[in-house]
Design a protein around this ligand. Structure first.
Ligand SMILES: Nc1ncnc2c1ncn2[C@@H]1O[C@H](COP(=O)(O)OP(=O)(O)OP(=O)(O)O)[C@@H](O)[C@H]1O
Ligand SMILES: [Mg+2]
Length: 399
């Protein structure tokens, strides 16, 4: 199974390129599903077919679905949530507090991702292409499995402590056994989901950009955040490239002054895109005079981008997080492109290393060998953050 997810700023062409990839994959004989997670769906408009919250067949080998994240959330988690709320209320918690305690942060996003994962594995799709909401929301969506696992593990941890210590008061505030069982089941599903989303042989994230300043900035940030969470990116699509920006005809600028101005501006950003995202492959998609609508036109666009090549292949596999031993020291290498060290905040707490970049935070469970060591040096090297760990200096106690 292949899972491909398109990310980018609002309006850059995510829906168009996600459906183009899916239409072409279906044409190449793959059983393909294209699914939208954006609340403001436009997949039905791109494919020019009415869609629903379940996958509907829209062509040979091609299915499409517009997930209703809120509906999914209620169906998948609502009962457990109600149960926790009512139990807490019976035990004397006030209504608002009970409802708040029953809310696991990011639950709706996790449920939507679980739905995609379930569809992908149970319906035997070869390819699932995700048409996502604009970058910020999608990065939040993708950071949720980890937040969820963190929260659920803490909850189970507290429960064990409470039971072992047999403190009736604390015990009474924790959810009942069957809720914990549900939570553990969900926890296992989310762990599998996260494993799939970070497996570069299955999942690829693609950044969509236009040759424009703000769009590029946002894509660079997205690249940093995705790598922070270990999500593999396999390419960048430079969409809406005007004729004359590159290739034949680019020696003679257009006559029309407005068009000439636009082409000149795109040229600068076009080059910047091809340079900054290196070593990721960058594909160009032409500016079309008309909107690209319907499976046939979409598949045609994909052929212009990838030629005869299968657009669902894994085009790039970067270096993942690694741990190397140098003498008595260990070095943890965490790829983090486009970032200066001053903007990274690191905190080591026992066997957890918390890395914060901008608004995003990743809690990395350190391998057992690193837990007792101190994090001593952090430096950026070749697009990666390298953190050195060594044994704490032993101080002699004088009497
Ligand atoms: N290469 C192109 N040439 C011409 N029009 C395009 C091209 N790519 C996308 N469009 C058009 O631009 C508009 C926005 O594209 P699209 O809906 O794919 O963007 P999006 O990133 O999904 O937007 P949103 O963030 O709102 O979901 C659509 O009308 C689409 O048909
Ligand atoms: Mg869209």
């Amino acid at each position: 199974m292949r899972l491909i997810l398109y990310l980018g700023k609002g309006g850059v062409g995510k829906t168009t390129l996600a459906s183009a990839t899916a239409a072409r994959a279906a044409q190449l004989g793959k059983r393909t599903l294209v699914v939208s997670t954006d609340l403001a769906h436009s997949l039905a408009d791109a494919l020019d077919k009415p869609l629903a919250s379940e996958p509907l067949q829209v062509g040979e080998n091609l299915w499409a679905q517009e997930i209703n994240v809120l509906e999914e959330m209620r169906a998948g988690w609502g009962k457990v949530q109600d149960y926790i709320t009512s139990t807490l209320k019976k035990q004397g918690a006030n209504e608002v507090a009970a409802e708040e305690m029953a809310l696991i942060p990011g639950m709706d996003e996790v449920v939507a991702l679980l739905n995609i994962h379930r569809q992908a594995s149970s319906n035997g799709f070869d390819v699932v292409v995700v048409d996502a909401a604009p970058t910020g929301e999608t990065v939040r969506l993708l950071s949720m499995p980890e937040t969820f696992l963190w929260y659920a593990n803490r909850l189970s941890g507290w429960r064990n402590v409470a039971f072992n210590a047999a403190k009736p008061l604390l015990k009474s505030f924790l959810p009942g056994v069957n809720v914990m069982e549900q939570l553990e089941k969900l926890n296992a599903q989310v762990a599998t989901l996260r494993a799939t989303l970070t497996d570069s042989s299955i999942s690829s994230y693609r950044l969509v950009v236009n040759p424009e300043k703000m769009v590029i900035k946002e894509a660079l940030r997205a690249e940093t955040y995705l790598t922070l969470y270990g999500y593999p990116i396999d390419g960048v699509i430079c969409n809406r490239v005007l004729p004359g920006v590159t290739g034949p005809g680019s020696e003679t600028p257009p006559q029309d002054p407005l068009l000439r101005d636009m082409v000149m501006q795109q040229r600068g950003y076009y080059q910047q895109i091809h340079q900054t995202f290196d070593p990721l492959p960058v594909w160009d998609a032409p500016y079309r005079s008309r909107e690209v609508i319907g499976a046939e036109a979409l598949a045609q666009l994909a052929t212009e981008i990838w030629g005869a090549e299968d657009p669902t292949k894994v085009f790039f596999q970067g270096s993942p997080q690694e741990l190397v031993k140098r003498g008595d020291q260990y070095v943890l290498r965490l790829p983090l492109p486009h970032i200066e060290l001053g903007k990274v905040i690191m905190t080591k707490k026992g066997d957890d290393l918390i890395v914060e970049v901008g608004n995003f935070k990743r809690d990395i469970a350190l391998p057992a060998v690193l837990a007792p060591l101190d994090a001593t040096v952090a430096r950026m090297s070749g697009g990666a953050l390298e953190i050195t760990f060594e044994a704490p200096a032993t101080s002699e106690v004088k009497r």
